[in-house]
Design a protein around this ligand. Structure first.
Ligand code: B12
Length: 415
């Protein structure tokens, strides 16, 4: 089968290379299927580029990666699915069926499949699931359902993970983008406010990941962003990877997302030695993680690693007083930057969504369309601590940025 893998993500603040497609194309490399990537990120006229790719390659099927549904920020929110839907419709007008997947897709798989009018979808990792779909279609058969569970199908850990490296990386770098890589898929935790975790985690072989990074350095690329949900889920895997990277003696700089535990001092010393430049720590209020963040703040200073904090507050039960206490603690920790978000996006599978939508006093604090939007595809937010209250708490302290008013990522706020 010939599959055209399409990246419809044209949001460029900053632009993000479609890592998913690099891994999916890599997984198809030593099979009898043929694959090509069409990256629409910088396309001036996407439908013209789709037409050209269809004519040149003649695909039997198209695969769309749906990384973002929307910007997940209430102020100036951008919703991406309508544009993606128009690309799906365009390719389907050629009679080419469409399979969709991606992290955003996996948050609301059935709903997004219908919204886009795609034929099949994969929730979770797609490396093996996509191959499975292509093999079935090749045998003139059909997948068993419309949405396949990539976690159940898994990935083939016995095989070296291959990454297709054919994207126009220079273009991304010239536009403030960073090259991504992942050391693991998934998250052990199931948090009430986050749709990323479902207790499944697949760890990658440290040597394979270091090989990927080393290959990029031969292309003259030496700045990266980790694309794990959280890096520090299993300290022994983290350290095995960091030691592998350190042994390669590559001159690189990379940014990493971490949570407040587990950690130890050796982790920070290895992070520094491996080239970590910025750690972004996710801290939700109400999770007692600020005490651990104090210690992490000291370790990042000791090892001269920049610290950015993503502070999510305003859960039901949070008050202006409790948020002020957290902000005061963050002032003590003195990270390099703190992004604050008090609006959180509701997704159907979250426990907090069920709690909010079934409690009349909370419904008053829900923003967005609820009618004809039961899957919450169009962004719906909960907020009871407004921006003005946040401004009162933070004053004119430049440490803090209220998310949604400028379009930058944490790594861009730190020089
Ligand atoms: C790292 C990261 C960033 C980094 C990216 C750095 C870089 N150079 O890559 C930075 C900080 C720049 C960033 C920015 C943003 N991010 Co971000 N980011 C992530 C994170 C943690 C990892 C994404 C990733 O690359 N994963 C690794 C790849 C390999 O996994 P994957 O895409 O899921 O692909 C696998 C499967 O999904 C499947 N699959 C994928 N596509 C397809 C297609 C087919 C056909 C099939 C079969 C399977 C399949 O197979 C793949 C391989 O296993 C995710 C959360 C997460 N845990 O995934 C958030 C996440 C994607 N980001 C998100 C958002 C909102 C943003 C921003 C919009 C934030 C903002 N307001 O500015 C911007 C958007 C930037 C852009 N241009 O797109 C949201 C999107 C949610 C939503 N509702 O849309 C997420 C999910 C976080 C969250 N929980 O809210 N991000």
């Amino acid at each position: 089968m010939k599959i055209l893998l399409i990246n419809p993500n044209r949001y460029r603040n900053p632009p993000v290379p479609p890592l998913a497609l690099e891994y999916l194309a890599g997984a198809l490399e030593d099979t009898h299927h043929e694959c090509r990537i069409l990256d629409l990120c910088f396309a001036e006229n996407p439908t013209v580029e789709i037409d050209a790719a269809v004519q040149a390659f003649g695909p039997d099927i198209a695969g769309f990666t749906i990384r973002n549904i929307d910007t997940v920020i209430y102020n100036n929110n951008i919703f991406f699915l309508d544009e993606i839907k128009s690309f799906v419709e365009h390719i389907k007008s050629y009679g080419i069926p469409v399979v969709a997947g991606g992290v955003g897709f996996s948050f609301i798989p059935g709903g997004i499949l219908d919204y886009l009018g795609a034929d099949w979808g994969v929730c979770g990792p797609g490396e093996r699931a996509l191959l499975h779909i292509l093999d079935l279609l090749d045998q003139k058969s059909q997948p068993e359902g419309r949405v396949l569970n990539g976690w159940e199908i898994g990935i083939d850990s016995s095989k070296k993970a291959i990454r297709n490296m054919s994207l126009d990386y220079d273009r991304y770098i010239q536009n403030r983008g960073l090259i991504g890589f992942e050391t693991q898929k998934g998250c052990y935790e199931v948090c009430s406010y986050c749709s990323e975790g479902n207790r499944h985690v697949i760890f990658k072989n440290p040597a394979d990941i270091a090989d990927e990074i080393e290959l990029f350095t031969y292309k003259g690329i030496n700045m990266f962003h980790l694309c794990d949900t959280e890096f520090n889920q299993d300290l022994s895997h983290c350290k095995a990877f960091l030691n592998e990277l350190i042994n390669r003696q590559l001159d690189i700089s990379w940014s990493v997302y971490m949570k407040t535990s587990p950690y130890d001092e050796e982790l920070f010393s290895l992070l520094k030695a491996s080239g970590v430049h910025i750690i972004t720590l996710s801290i939700p209020t109400g999770y007692n993680s600020l005490d651990l963040a104090k210690d992490i703040g000291k370790l990042t200073k000791k090892y001269e690693i920049k610290l950015a904090v993503d502070f999510l507050c305003g859960f039901p039960g949070d008050t202006v007083k409790s948020i002020k206490t957290s902000i005061d603690t963050l002032r003590e920790i003195k990270p390099d930057t703190v992004g604050i978000n008090s609006y959180f996006r509701l997704y159907p599978k979250l426990t907090v969504t069920k709690q909010i939508l079934s409690t009349p006093e909370y419904i008053n604090f829900v923003f967005g369309e609820l009618q004809d939007n039961s899957d919450l595809i169009k962004p719906v937010f909960y907020n009871h601590i407004g921006v003005d209250s946040l401004r009162d708490i933070i004053g004119d302290d430049p440490l803090f940025t209220i998310e949604g008013f400028e379009r930058t990522s944490n790594y861009e706020r730190i020089k």
